[in-house]
Design a binder for this molecule. Structure first.
Ligand code: BGC
Length: 749
């Protein structure tokens, strides 16, 4: 009865009445079919649906498991013929004919590899990211894979952590916007077999791993959890994410896979999530080494009672759940709820009606024009120009010889970045390929890599590159990190360029020739010396299959860079974690624009000199969040607001004029920041609340308006309730998080 009432309520919340009728009808029908299936299932068959196995190729053992209903989902098989055969066994030979759900980590593209998620976030272009996810879904579902373990929504503020590459960076809002775009793109409208179930992961706090070391404990207090780490997941659930994955870390002593409070009370209770929850790889069993579970049986009971529906690769559900139910330690009604959640997703994906793929067509969609064009466009928009003393765009009329050098100039595998099981390097276009192809006729391209991979020390190679530099008119040096240097379990203590790269950059600069650095990496790096001596720095993350043409077009000026940093770039490794949206100390850095306080002179004098400052690294990062240059220059007017005072429920209209003051057409990313000046708890010095890409011709001005609902200013304060606190706020619009002139407004009760 309770279930039916929930369905009706959620249907009433739908906007269009006609759609409501169809959708409610479908939902009721689905629930009725699930009821019928559940009534026929044995306890073992139910537990089988809750078990996920990793599979590679056809195996009789896996086939037998599927036939007897012992597994409801497989991951890692990609051959459409094998997937079809497993599906056939599930549908035609298992007792109840329940189709399999086939999963894969398709994190930033399938065959056609897009920039790493951190690079996608740098586009500040959610429509493009959504389109990329849709095309990726079309590419991968043609092989019968209907579930991806993406998007990763872990707010990541520590560049030492290798998985920052998989995130949308340090900001809660940006992670939420990009995550929702990916969910919409992957899943489409769930109307056909190109819909790919998204998985919001890792729930939750995994990005805050202590000291940036993977899998490490996190210490996120409940308020920060609510204000910083949970919102991207809530947004993904609202966007319709069909599944969610628990995280490896223990937060304040509770592993993600055993956290009933978050999985039951918050996810299901508060947010109304009706998809299913899967563990991370073996994370149920890993509660044993955590010291949270005493053995496999205990781990199964903890995960089950915390609200985890599917066990990925621990095998503790299949081994112990039946017995736990018999002993009364797990309720069969909870097993039924879990199976219901899983079957609901299988129905929503249309797997019962259409379980097979056309094997002959699977290859046709791979690397097609649409997906390659989207990958190119995303690589183009993700590259961030950090420095330019005027050498870019290159003036080809003055260049006869160009030196292409560095370990990333022709590294087709490495430029794809982490989590690219399925990208094929034969299809990758490197910068060397693209430069030869597009400039080769009128410019002599000298290729001398110097180092064959990023971590190599090779003084002779460096000397050869420096020698070649003397013969060239401009140096294009491609440096960075190999794909293997970031991603899961690939963390660093020191985030400067590795191997002989710094030595090589110094040797190239010593040639006196213009030095353009192109950096491809999986994380923010400390580029202190590089920023001093290079003439220009273009940071393109790991840009994927089409990285080469995108970079070549940016260097030549065919396009102007428009990416913005989704993460702060520190001035020294010891500054991390560093992020723009921090709280203030009582003794902030002098000169900070937020220092306009009316502090009694004596108090200010007591703290004279004692500020939150590092003697050897100062206070400021090298490049702030949101930063990125173009080949032009933009000017912002002071924003004007439609009112001075607002109440909850109002929308703040922020108007400003943006002018392209330079000589090239370019795209600016206008960013809206807010500061809540005084709260019941201390508030961040700034928070991103909106952004927009605006393309303007030279000299062109444009009137822009942001509409910011006052409700977006809500946060969880002292009483642990989320609400907007009345008082004074500052607001400004700028091209990065470290600039802009603010105006104030008040929120009244
Ligand atoms: C990772 C997940 C991934 C899973 C399945 C784990 O090691 O943490 O992000 O989805 O493996 O491959």
């Amino acid at each position: 009865m309770k279930r039916i009432r929930n369905t009706i309520l959620s249907c009433l919340a739908l906007p269009a009445l006609a759609f409501m009728a169809v959708s409610c009808g479908q939902e009721d029908e689905t629930e009725a079919r699930i009821d019928e299936l559940l009534s026929q299932m044995t306890l073992r068959e139910k537990i089988g649906q809750m078990n996920q196995l990793s599979v590679s190729g056809f195996s009789q053992k896996v086939a037998d498991d599927i036939r007897r209903g012992a597994t409801g989902s497989i991951l890692n098989e990609t051959d459409p013929a094998v997937i079809n055969e497993y599906q056939r066994i599930a549908v035609e030979e298992s007792r109840l004919g329940i189709p399999l759900l086939v999963a894969r980590d398709v994190i930033h593209g399938y065959r056609t590899v897009f920039p790493i998620p951190l690079g996608m976030a740098a586009t500040f272009d959610p429509e493009l990211v959504e389109r990329g996810a849709r095309l990726t879904a079309e590419e991968v579902t043609a092989s019968g894979i209907r579930w991806t373990f993406s998007p990763m929504l872990d707010v990541s503020r520590d560049a030492r952590w290798g998985r920052i590459a998989e995130s949308s960076g340090e900001d809660t809002y940006l992670n939420a916007v990009m995550g929702a775009a990916m969910v919409r793109g992957y899943q489409g409208d769930l109307s056909d077999s190109t819909s790919l179930a998204a998985c919001a992961k890792h729930f939750v706090g995994y990005g805050a791993a202590e000291s940036g070391r993977d899998y490490n404990s996190t210490w996120i207090p409940p308020r920060a959890m609510r204000n910083v780490y949970l919102p991207p997941f809530e947004t993904a659930v609202k966007a319709g994410a069909l599944t969610l994955m628990t995280s490896f870390n223990d937060n304040d002593g509770v592993p993600g896979t055993g956290n009933a409070e978050l999985l039951k009370d918050v996810l299901r209770g508060e947010w109304g999530f009706d998809g299913f929850v899967v563990t991370d790889w073996a994370s149920a069993a890993e509660m044993i080494p955590h010291g949270f579970a005493s053995d496999g049986r205990h781990a199964a009971s903890l995960a089950m009672n915390a609200g985890v529906d599917m066990d990925m690769m621990s095998n503790v559900y299949s081994a112990y759940l039946e017995d736990l139910v018999k002993r009364g330690e797990v309720k069969e009604s909870d097993i039924d709820s879990a199976v219901r959640n899983i079957l609901r997703v299988k129905f929503r994906l249309g797997l019962f009606d259409n379980p097979y793929v056309d094997v002959g067509k699977a290859l046709e969609v791979q690397y097609n024009d649409s997906v390659m064009t989207a990958a190119y466009r995303t690589a183009l928009e993700s590259a961030v120009l950090l420095k330019n003393n005027g050498v870019l765009p290159l003036d080809r009329s003055k260049i006869r010889r160009v030196l292409v050098t560095g370990p990333m100039a022709d590294a087709p595998h490495d430029q794809m970045g982490t989590w690219t099981f399925d990208g094929q390097k034969e299809h990758t276009i490197t910068p060397l390929d693209a430069i030869r192809e597009s400039w080769g006729d009128d410019v002599e391209v000298i290729y001398e890599p110097g180092l064959s991979y990023c971590r190599e020390f090779n003084s002779r190679g460096v000397a050869r590159a420096a020698e070649a530099a003397r013969r060239a008119d401009v140096i294009l040096a491609f440096m960075g990190e190999e794909a293997i240097m970031s991603g899961e379990a690939h963390c660093l203590a020191d985030i400067t360029l590795k191997g002989g790269q710094r030595e090589m950059i110094e040797a190239l600069a010593a040639s006196g020739k213009p030095l353009v650095l192109n950096i491809m990496a999986g994380r923010p790096l400390v580029l202190d010396m590089e920023s001093e001596i290079a003439d220009a720095i273009l940071f393109s993350f790991h840009p994927g299959t089409m990285g080469g043409p995108a970079i070549a077009d940016l260097l030549s000026g065919k396009a102007s860079p428009s990416g913005r940093l989704p993460s702060t770039f520190p001035a020294a490794s010891g500054q991390v974690p560093c992020y723009y949206s921090h709280n203030n100390t009582g003794r902030p850095f002098r000169g900070d624009e937020t220092m306009l306080y009316d502090i009694p002179l004596e108090a200010a004098q007591t703290s004279l000199g004692n500020t939150s400052y590092m003697l050897d690294a100062g206070f400021n990062p090298l490049y702030p969040f949101g930063y990125g240059l173009t080949y032009s220059a933009f000017e912002y007017s002071l924003p004007t607001l439609d009112r001075q005072e607002y109440s909850d429920g109002d929308v703040i209209r922020v108007s400003f004029t943006l002018t392209n003051k330079g000589k090239a057409e370019a795209t600016e990313v206008a960013q809206l920041y807010v500061r809540d000046l005084v709260g019941s708890v201390t508030r961040p010095v700034k928070e991103l609340k909106g952004f927009r890409r605006v393309t303007l011709a030279p000299g062109e001005s444009s009137e822009q308006v942001f509409e910011l609902p006052v409700s977006e200013l809500a946060f969880v304060g002292l009483d642990m309730k989320k609400k907007v606190e009345p008082g004074e706020f500052s607001l400004w619009v700028a091209g990065d998080s470290a600039s802009g002139e603010s105006v104030n407004f008040r929120v009244i009760r």
